[in-house]
Design a protein around this ligand. Structure first.
Ligand code: SF4
Length: 326
């Protein structure tokens, strides 16, 4: 059963106070309850590594090892504000996927809402088994069972039509870019603007290439799928302006991610923990929020440099490469 933190319960209690609002408190309670229910019924796999997480700067392979072997523990409680952000992101994805489907360009897995049959196709109008026109888009599945990686790309185009000439098939990722995205993914640009007065128009203009984590994501998705190109659509959350970037993969940029994933897959098969990443300390904000902190560092361990549990040692050069922080 899902654990709700004291802080969330306090917020929940506070939302019942008579003077805390008219409609909004009930709405907040509904959303938090719905998110908890949706998470409990979620089909998100917990036995594999998720490529979108593996490309983030603070990805920890050891945390994935613990998640897969001990079970999924959430480090983010449902909060009304974060759900507004997630919902906005989903709306943007749905919007582009709906338009691409209408253009006859959206390739991926489709599931019939009537008979539940699923099949791969580009913008089908009908189920392949029954005559239903009610289809749900399940995106583009990506998987490598040897490395225990699985996820989905937002879309793909396999062949062109009257709307678009296509020289080779490509994957699509849609990113809604808010100030939080810039702060996490492009700290230098964030600092440049946050030191003075924020000029959002200039900040948007100064995004001239995909963020490093997105380039790694594109490269990993191409490695998983065999596609040789990924198109990013960036939509600004503050003014709905758009940008497009095309990434062709250079796999050497993700070799350390693949090495780490292989280490985790091997460690899981052998039942031995991989190393902590080089950036990890007891006081690192990612470790502080990690739901596996107890198992990783030991409940009473306050010595950062003292390993709490036995770890499997990989060859030195490989280890350094595998756990490079960015
Ligand atoms: S506590 Fe830190 S090093 Fe340990 S598993 Fe969690 S994120 Fe990784």
């Amino acid at each position: 059963m899902r654990q709700i933190s004291v802080k969330t319960l306090e917020e929940h209690k506070a939302s019942f106070k008579a003077n805390s609002g008219y409609l909004l408190p009930s709405l907040q309670r509904y959303v938090i309850r719905k998110v908890a229910d949706d998470q409990a019924a979620s089909e998100r796999r917990s036995d594999i590594m998720h490529p979108s997480e593996m490309c983030k700067p603070d990805w920890c392979a050891r945390r994935d090892f613990h998640r897969i072997t001990l079970g999924d523990r959430k480090d983010i409680e449902p909060r009304f504000t974060s759900e507004l952000i997630f919902a906005e992101g989903h709306t943007i994805h749905d919007k582009y996927q709906g338009w691409l489907h209408g253009m006859g360009l959206l390739y991926g897995r489709w599931q019939c809402r009537s008979c539940h049959y699923s099949f791969m196709a580009q913008s089908p109008q009908l189920c392949e088994v029954c005559p239903s026109t009610s289809l749900r888009y399940r995106e583009v599945p990506l998987e490598n069972s040897e490395y225990l990686i699985a996820g989905h790309a937002d879309g793909a185009v396999n062949h062109g039509n009257e709307w678009l000439e296509v020289d080779e098939p490509f994957l699509i990722e849609v990113k809604s870019i808010g100030l939080g995205t810039v702060r996490v993914e492009h700290t230098e640009l964030w600092r440049k603007h946050s030191d003075g007065e924020f000029d959002l128009t200039r900040l948007w203009q100064e995004i001239k290439r995909p963020f490093p984590a997105h380039i790694r994501q594109a490269t990993l998705y191409c490695w998983l799928s065999g596609y040789r190109k990924m198109v990013f659509i960036y939509e600004s959350k503050w003014n709905q302006q758009t940008k497009e970037f095309v990434v062709t993969p250079d796999f050497k940029h993700i070799q350390w991610i693949l090495d780490s994933a292989k280490d985790v897959a091997q460690a899981i098969r052998q039942g031995m923990e991989p190393y902590r990443p080089g950036w990890a300390t007891l006081n690192h904000r990612t470790c502080k929020a990690c739901p596996y902190r107890g198992e990783c560092w030991g409940e009473t361990n306050d010595q950062e440099d003292q390993p709490a549990i036995t770890v499997r040692k990989a060859a030195g050069p490989r280890r350094r490469k595998a756990f490079r922080p960015t």
